[in-house]
Ligand binder design. Structure first.
Ligand code: CO
Length: 211
């Protein structure tokens, strides 16, 4: 059997198990999607949003990309954010990075990863530049990466707050709260590192009027 065929076989076994536990499982899920959370995480295969939070299908709306970046020209991310905030009415948006992130590690090297990856990773280099003094002072490379991972998550949460999507929802409905978390690959524990409650004032240059 090919490796991908095993996925299909295991899928059938999983679906049967779900139905044996609860005959209406899929009927109920098909009708209803009311997640309270939007998760913006890293694409890393070791950080599955639902598994590590013990949530079930239907509970978390998910967007993932390399190193969990919020980029204001990323139509994919913005569409997910718009839909989650304005149609699903999520109460919380979580940006979750993870220690040991390959994207973060790659960004602090001077390697040429060629066109597209260079372009993506440059956003992480920008975060490094904003916090250069603090990061340069950390001599241990792993610790420096870990700290950059935390600062990156914080920066991405702040970028969410810079969008009119979030600012309008804050003004009109006092939601969602924004959270920056970092997951530990070594111990499975999520470390909350930053939070912006709905309505938090941000640097005025990013604040929109007449929302
Ligand atoms: Co990663």
């Amino acid at each position: 059997m090919n490796s991908y065929e095993k996925l299909l076989v295991d899928n059938k076994a999983w679906a049967a198990e779900m139905v044996s536990d609860n005959a209406d499982y899929f009927k109920r899920l098909a009708k209803l999607q009311t997640p309270e959370f939007l998760w913006i995480g890293c694409s890393d295969s070791r950080v599955p949003a639902d598994r590590i939070t013990g949530t079930q299908p239907g509970e978390i709306f998910v967007h993932r990309n390399i190193a969990n970046l919020v980029i204001h020209t990323d139509v994919n991310l913005l569409s997910v954010l718009d839909f989650a905030v304005n149609h699903l009415h999520v109460k919380h948006v979580i940006v979750c990075g993870h220690y040991g992130c390959g994207g973060i590690k790659a960004a602090i090297t001077n390697n040429d990863y060629k066109f597209v990856l260079n372009m993506w990773l440059r956003n992480i280099k920008d975060v490094y530049r904003l916090h250069r003094d603090e990061l340069d002072a950390i001599t241990d490379e792993e610790k420096r990466c870990d700290r950059l991972t935390e600062l990156n998550v914080k920066e991405q949460v702040m970028r969410l707050a810079m969008t009119s999507i979030i600012q309008r929802a804050w003004k009109q409905e006092q939601r969602p709260d924004l959270h920056g978390w970092v997951y530990g690959l070594k111990d499975g524990i999520i470390n909350p590192v930053f939070e912006m409650k709905a309505g938090t004032h941000i640097d005025p240059i990013y604040e929109y009027e007449n929302l």
